[in-house]
Design a protein around this ligand. Structure first.
Ligand SMILES: Nc1ncnc2c1ncn2[C@@H]1O[C@H](COP(=O)(O)OP(=O)(O)O)[C@@H](O)[C@H]1O
Ligand SMILES: [Mg+2]
Length: 232
């Protein structure tokens, strides 16, 4: 890990205008600094705003007030097309559901984000194969997702999230739909990728196993974020 700041949230608040109680802020004046290479868990009760926070960090949504800086750039001042470019080139996403395309092969699914950024060539095909090896699915490259188990699909989703070599990997309850043993192998993989590639990792999770493997655990509650003591 180095001391370079990758992500900096300053005074971030989020209110959904269409919510039933539209005066209530889901996120209330949150500030957070994450150095490049750090692995962070975000925990908190259901409905506390964890996905909302991840969506703001991932440039999928904008805060009502405050700033989100990624690699020094203030995302809140950028236009939609610029945000899309940052999402493609710098951020990988893994969700609870894998969102793989069932009609495409495993290899094609991994290559999709590279296709979207117009950069599919021998390079990205080679990287896709490498990533499938990393997630122990090289032999399933030509299969389609419906033939895979839940854990295998989630590993494909992880390889897909990494194809454009993002500096930030965001995972929203990535083990939420997996059984314990399958979860454990995915957790190992996330930790190993963070260590070996230096990819900054932010994981929303209900799993104390997963949270316990991160460098830092933050709890979101009543709109505010606080650091939990960790044993590491
Ligand atoms: N697009 C939306 N429009 C209105 N309210 C929303 C929207 N997304 C989330 N919310 C509300 O914001 C709160 C936090 O939701 P969420 O971020 O999904 O929490 P978590 O991921 O911690 O379960 C909830 O009360 C939810 O109903
Ligand atoms: Mg959520």
């Amino acid at each position: 890990m180095n001391d370079q700041v990758l992500l900096e949230l300053t005074g971030v608040s989020k209110t959904y205008s269409q919510a039933r109680d539209s005066a209530a802020a889901v996120l209330d004046d949150i500030s957070l600094t994450i150095p490049a290479g750090q692995a962070v868990a975000i925990v908190g009760p259901s409905g506390s705003g964890k996905s909302t926070l991840l969506n703001l960090i991932g440039a999928l949504d904008r805060p009502t007030s405050g700033t989100v800086r990624l690699g020094g750039r203030d995302l809140t001042t950028l236009k939609a097309a610029q945000l899309a470019e940052i999402r493609r080139s710098r951020i990988g996403f893994v969700f609870q559901q894998h969102h793989l395309l069932p009609q495409c092969t495993v290899l094609e699914n991994v290559l999709l984000p590279a296709l979207a950024s117009g950069s599919v060539g021998a390079d990205s095909s080679g990287r896709a194969v490498e990533l499938l090896k990393r997630v122990a699915l090289a032999d399933r490259a030509d299969d389609k997702p419906p033939l895979l188990s839940g854990g295998e699909r989630q590993r494909v989703a992880l390889a897909r999230a990494l194809i454009n070599a993002p500096s930030l990997l965001l995972a929203d309850e990535p083990t939420g739909s997996l059984d314990r043993q399958t979860s454990e192998s995915l957790i190992e993989l996330l930790v190993e990728l963070n260590r070996s590639e230096g990819t900054t990792l932010i994981v929303v999770t209900h799993s104390s196993d997963l949270a316990g493997r991160m460098d830092r655990v933050m709890e979101l509650r009543d709109g505010t974020l606080s650091e939990l003591e960790t044993s590491r």
